[in-house]
Design a protein around this ligand. Structure first.
Ligand SMILES: Nc1nc2c(c(=O)[nH]1)N[C@H]1C(S)=C(S)[C@@H](COP(=O)(O)OP(=O)(O)OC[C@H]3O[C@@H](n4cnc5c(N)ncnc54)[C@H](O)[C@@H]3O)O[C@H]1N2
Ligand code: MOO
Ligand SMILES: [Mg+2]
Length: 398
């Protein structure tokens, strides 16, 4: 049986970066920047007043209190370059261009105006209250790095730089296929039925990552129904099919054979991990990649976090994630020979140091501990002094 590292390496060979597309700024939120953005202009692009008051031509040194100037005009925000030949002062608004040769802005609170004369009521250091051109970012300087998930802050900077559209990674076209005759939506259940939790979970996680979800099918435990859903997904031009259930050792575990019958090339089936051991990956040459997750919900959560997320990152052109190494508060014995993924919490201990605790009473089928965890902890063999910690929600990872 493959180790996790071997299985992941095999899988990532099949996950190629998707093409880049350009999107308008207003539809770029949440997208992953596909290329480095350097600043096309300097910000601010001209020297402008930081305060409402008077622009002064102070000349050499600071301006003593009581100095008076004749006001030659008014410079409003948005006015172009206006020269004030021979003048030493003009009224100015916050954000307005500082006229050439003027070198200080005195706020209205620090002077008094009589007609077209303004007199300083306090000494004013030269050069005050001017936002210098390029003071925020210079032309050609790095603005945003490739791989950045575009958030509102990035949009503020891109808009300030006058950038109207950005290169982003194309979103993968994904189809989810949940298998199980026992599965039902919310509401009353027939005898033996259960509510489908894998489907809504995967749909939510993929929405927060940002994919183009073409469909979510639920199929009964027959290979034909499953094959029909796979064929429909392939006609729709899907990049990635995620299935849940029917990959283990039972009579109704038809996914491996159904995919083989459809011509998929199996990349691996069963990995030395827990939860998630029966996981499967297959590839339709020239077609989609298939990730066959086990049916147990926590195995689906592990499959999503440690197999699907690395695939989504590779398709978005992102480098593999790096976990945080943290100290374990207490030991946690596990079955040797398997790589374990345990739900946990990373918190500051009494001394304020990051420490990890494994969630108690978690099992491959229990869902409640998942809602109380804030991290996944991984270790091959027993959990010793330190473990690797991964944020629960990969969209939050950088
Ligand atoms: N003899 C063996 N039995 C099992 C083994 C094994 O090695 N030998 N592996 C166990 C492990 S580990 C897992 S994980 C499960 C995975 O089995 P399948 O992938 O075949 O999944 P199913 O049998 O279809 O379902 C398992 C379990 O999960 C429930 N389920 C399925 N889909 C959903 C869904 N969408 N929402 C909520 N719950 C779902 C299903 O009702 C079953 O209870 O196999 C073990 N068995
Ligand atoms: O893969 Mo499992 O260990 O039951 O979820
Ligand atoms: Mg089964």
């Amino acid at each position: 049986m493959l180790t996790y590292a071997e299985a992941l390496a095999t899988l990532l060979k099949e996950a190629h970066p998707l093409e880049t597309e350009r999107v308008g700024l207003s539809s770029s939120l949440g997208r992953i920047l596909a290329a480095y953005v350097s600043s096309p202009l300097s910000l601010p692009s001209f020297d402008n007043a930081a305060m409402d008051g008077f622009a002064i031509r102070a000349g050499a040194g600071d301006i003593p209190s009581g100095t008076a100037f004749t006001i030659a005009g008014m410079q409003a925000a948005g006015d172009g370059t206006t020269a004030y030949p021979g003048a030493d002062a003009c009224e100015i608004a916050t954000g307005a261009r500082v006229p050439d040769g003027f070198d200080t802005v005195v706020p209205v609170e620090r002077c008094e105006r009589m007609g077209d004369i303004v007199r300083l009521t306090q000494a004013e250091p030269r050069g005050q209250n001017i936002r210098r051109a390029g003071g925020d970012i210079a032309t050609g300087a790095p603005a945003l790095t490739a791989g950045r998930r575009i958030d509102a802050a990035a949009i503020m900077l891109l808009a300030a730089l006058g950038i109207g559209d950005v290169p982003v990674a194309r979103r993968p076209r994904v189809v989810i296929i949940n298998t199980g005759s026992e599965l039902h939506d919310s509401g009353p259940l027939p005898e033996g039925g259960i509510h489908d939790s894998n489907g809504p979970f995967l749909e939510a996680m993929l929405a927060s990552w940002g994919v183009d979800l073409l469909a979510r099918h639920r199929v009964p435990d027959t290979g034909d129904a499953f094959a029909h859903a796979v064929r429909e997904a392939m006609h729709a031009g899907v990049d990635l099919i995620i299935t849940t259930g029917a990959v283990s050792a039972g009579r109704f575990d038809f996914v491996p054979s159904a995919l083989a019958a459809l011509g998929a090339r199996e990349c691996f089936h069963k990995v030395a991990i827990r939860p998630g051991k029966p996981i499967l990956a297959a590839r339709f040459d020239g077609g989609p990649l298939v990730l066959g997750l086990p049916g147990n919900p926590i195995a689906v959560a592990v499959g999503h976090r440690f197999f699907l997320t690395p695939v989504l990152r590779a398709m978005a052109g992102l480098a593999p994630e790096k976990p945080l190494r943290v100290r374990l508060a207490e030991g946690h014995d596990v079955r040797p020979g398997l790589q374990h993924f345990a739900l946990g919490r990373v918190e500051a201990d009494a001394e304020g140091r990051q420490v990890a605790r494994v969630q108690r009473n978690q099992a491959a089928y229990r869902i409640v501990p998942f809602t109380q965890a804030n991290t996944w902890l991984t270790a091959d063999g027993s959990f010793g002094e330190v473990v690797d910690a991964w944020p629960l929600d990969p969209a939050a990872a950088t």
